[in-house]
Write a protein that binds this ligand. Sequence first.
Ligand SMILES: Nc1nc2c(ncn2[C@@H]2O[C@H](COP(=O)(O)OP(=O)(O)OP(=O)(O)O)[C@@H](O)[C@H]2O)c(=O)[nH]1
Length: 532
Amino acid sequence: MTQHRARFEWITLLASLALLGVYIVWTIIERHASTNEQEQQRLTAQAEIVNSYLTEQLSSIYRVLELVRRNLPEWRESEEALEHANIEFQHHIETLTGIRTLLALDQSGDVIASSRVSLLHQNFSQREYFQVALKDPSTETLHMAKPFLAVTDHWVMTFSLRVVDKNGNFDGMVIASIDPERFRNTLNAVNYAPDMWSALAHGSGTQLLMEPFREGQQGMNLAQPGSFFSRHIESGQEKNLLSGRVYATGEERIMALRTIQPADLHLDAPIILAVGRDLDRVFADWWDFTLSRGLIFMLLCVSSSFLMFRLQSAQRARYTSEVAASALIKEKNAQLEQLNAELTLLALNDGLTGIANRRSFDEVFIKEWKRCQREASPLTLMLVDIDYFKPFNDHYGHLEGDECIREVAAQLRKSLTRASDFVARYGGEEFACLVPKCDFETATQLAEKLRQSVENLAIPHSHSQVSTSVTISVGYAVCVPDQSPPTALIAKADECLYYAKAGGRNQAMGCDCATNTEPAAAAPLDTEQTLK
Ligand SMILES: Nc1nc2c(ncn2[C@@H]2O[C@H](COP(=O)(O)OP(=O)(O)OP(=O)(O)O)[C@@H](O)[C@H]2O)c(=O)[nH]1
């Protein structure tokens, strides 16, 4: 396994994991966005429900105050009529949810009619709403005063309309006080999750109500720098969706804020509604989704990397063993080739003398025969036999006999100097020499040269009948190979050897096949005579 392939596999795996990672991140972002959007839509819808309800309530309050203001001049004509007004006021309170008290004040702030008899003849000229009514000439404006803690230990919010006489001069006011607690059910109805809460605040920032109830929240001033309330007011938008830390509770929340200020009522201050949920709870499922996907992805990364590592390790090990096996096979092949070469050498060479053996001679002889046949050149075959070798063996022993054969073989090899000359052990103490491109005359000289060179070795042979040293007899034949069988040349040379032996040994006898002469002894060489 190559480094390149291993790197490619890792890159492929990492790229696949990266793609999968991108896909998972995309699904996580997508789910976060859809969770956020879904929650925003739900919170916005809940805020709209509260807005509709409160708008309806404010319209009812306005209509009651308007009715009371229209009837007030009539009621003011007599004490009896004013007492009747008190009863009318009580009827209105009973039919209108949310209104706690209905009052009518004269131009000096005295209560002239009230749904609560205990308030009659009290003076509320110091109240903020009275001061506003004194200064604001508009009779259309529905003034919503800042909430305050009433003597009954309830937070109270008042709505009032200015009253003027026929000449348009200030002539008192009609007031409806609201108990914010009356809206608790409405807020509760829109809270659809346990972690959810809703709150109402006066436009000035004073918190009126929080549902579910929390100690210390009522009356809290929300108009703080950076609070959701301030951010909403500063935005100038009717609706906002904000998330982050809530000033009033310190919680991380997503909030829908809604300004409730019906356009047709001329309300001088809005009511701000906030509906929100805990961010952790909203995104709890998303967190589960994210963690599970992250965990699965991590496991996938670790397991696939581990598997890849194991796989590549196994492949590397297999590759290494294959390389080792291949090297071993190569080495064994080389050894085999060497053994083959040695076997071939053994098969073609004679073990005792180191020169070619009979088998080798047979092959070379046929080759040389054909070559000389093609080239029409003469081929000489000499058969050499050591004289009286049996007595040599018997007298000197086989080891000495072996040594003698070795020396004769070496001498013959040495005497035939051309590269194409060939010497083989023909069998026992017999040798065969092939001399290509050699005519009869040269062959005759060469045969005598061989005989002399062996004689000159002067290997003692006390049991020879022709000499005191080892001698050889040579039979040779020369021919230009034709269509006759190659064995004919061997037969001729063997015949000549027979004559050399029969003629007294230690001599060379040859014949020329071209002239078909009888075997003739080779004349001894002069001491000066040399062969080329
Ligand atoms: N030491 C030894 N002797 C061998 C070897 N091969 C053959 N001989 C012996 O050579 C001898 C050949 O004997 P013969 O065939 O009677 O021939 P010779 O005694 O030389 O007689 P002529 O050839 O007629 O002169 C035998 O005694 C063989 O045992 C060999 O490799 N080593």
